[in-house]
Design a protein around this ligand. Structure first.
Ligand SMILES: [Zn+2]
Length: 401
């Protein structure tokens, strides 16, 4: 009997420990009172759990000046110690790989990227990423065993069921590959693999323009147009992982055929190839999107007109999304958002004019904070580990000790 009671007390303590760790992984440093409130136990119970983990070095005290406190006092928060591990993200685009490492207090430790040849195979890309990751860990006296998890971003749709990347554009090196098992075998740590755009969305949610948004929609405007919905800190992936192909929402059912099988897709009007096709007869056959942005900044009327039309097309497609999902905050990323309101105002105008009134008048449209997409994707890989690792039993077992 005594043994049984001892056993259940032990298991209760362990459960409470895991709940505290789960919260700290998601939020970074927190006050004891906030922990008690969120897991609904007494402050005394939280103090016992926290003190025990402080003694073991799993947690560390973090001193933060309370903003606006008239007495100027320093109040202590607690966070998971760097000694307990770090979270890492990797992101692959066609010609780059980026790494981002965050400690469990949510502080950036390292953020780097390197070029990879456009014709590199998936294995060659993974090895380039391994070199970059291990080198970045070493800079901080850390090794592979210090990773509590790895979040990996690749272009294309990753099946949430099988971990295999679906068929995609020609030259996509990951198509048909089980990226989840490939990376888990190579790195031997809990590994989450997802589409690049979703990782960029997680970076914005945790550290960027989506901070503290209960619901947010991230939209990336590049050669493709992707979107990712985050609700309550969780990514919406769809039944099989196929959600977010915003570029292939039709904005003209009688429009030109798209390789996806649909007609008049948004990407055919607002993707960067469509922009270039419109401006090249005026600016020259070999201009890139950077030159279009520069010309618009200098007041080139043709470029300004094309980009306003792009904003309007994206805005009109977003009206449907707003009516369906009420995303609250829409965060727009991609190179052309460097132009700020030139692109964002037509989006705002379309939503406020056409969406159902309650939604149209309250939805905010803001620019993404992380500009460079590959680095944002890697940052988001680390964010994904911090947000979703709490669901990985092995991470909690390791931290609870
Ligand atoms: Zn399409």
């Amino acid at each position: 009997m005594t043994e049984q009671t001892g056993g259940s007390l032990k298991s209760l303590r362990r459960t409470n420990q895991e709940r505290v760790l789960r919260l700290l992984l998601k939020n970074g440093a927190m006050h004891r009172a906030e922990i008690a409130r969120q897991i609904d136990v007494s402050r005394a119970t939280v103090s016992t759990i926290v003190n025990e983990m402080l003694e073991r070095g799993v947690l560390v005290p973090v001193e933060v000046p309370t903003a606006g406190a008239l007495d100027g006092r320093i109040r202590e928060q607690v966070a998971i110690s760097r000694r307990a591990g770090v979270a890492a993200g990797l992101d692959f685009t066609l010609d780059r790989v980026a790494v981002h490492i965050s400690d469990l207090e949510h502080h950036e430790l390292a953020s780097h990227s390197v070029r990879v040849p456009a014709d590199a195979t998936a294995s060659e890309r993974m090895e380039a990423a391994a070199l970059l990751l291990f080198g970045s860990l070493q800079e901080h006296g850390l090794g592979q065993d210090d990773l509590v998890g790895l979040g990996v971003g690749v272009p294309g749709q990753v099946s949430t069921v099988s971990g295999v990347v679906g068929p995609s554009l020609p030259g996509q090196p990951w198509a048909g590959i089980n990226v989840r098992s490939m990376f888990a075998e190579r790195f031997g740590q809990p590994t989450l693999v997802d589409n690049n755009t979703r990782l960029e969305a997680m970076a914005e949610y945790l550290w960027g323009a989506g901070r503290q948004a209960s619901t947010m929609l991230y939209v990336s405007l590049t050669s493709g147009i992707g979107a990712a919905l985050v609700t309550g800190g969780t990514l919406y992936r769809g039944a099989l992982g196929g959600a977010g192909e915003f570029g292939h929402v039709s904005v003209d059912f009688d429009g030109p055929a798209c390789p996806c099988g649909n007609r008049g897709c948004l990407v055919q009007k607002a993707g960067s190839p469509a922009i270039l096709q419109l401006v090249r007869p005026l600016l020259g056959a070999d201009v890139g999107i950077g030159e279009v942005i520069a010309a618009a900044q200098e007041g080139d009327r043709a470029c300004l007109g094309v980009l306003a039309d792009v904003g309007a097309a994206v805005g009109h497609a977003l009206v449907n999304v707003c009516n369906l999902l009420d995303p609250g905050r829409i965060i727009v990323g991609g190179p052309i958002t460097a132009l700020g309101d030139i692109v964002l105002d037509p989006i705002r105008a379309a939503i406020s004019r056409r969406a159902m009134q309650a939604v149209g008048s309250t939805t905010e449209v803001v620019r993404a904070e992380f500009e460079e997409a590959t680095q944002a994707g890697a940052r988001g890989g680390a964010a994904l580990v911090l947000q979703e690792a709490p669901q990985l039993a092995s991470v909690l077992r390791r931290l609870a000790g």
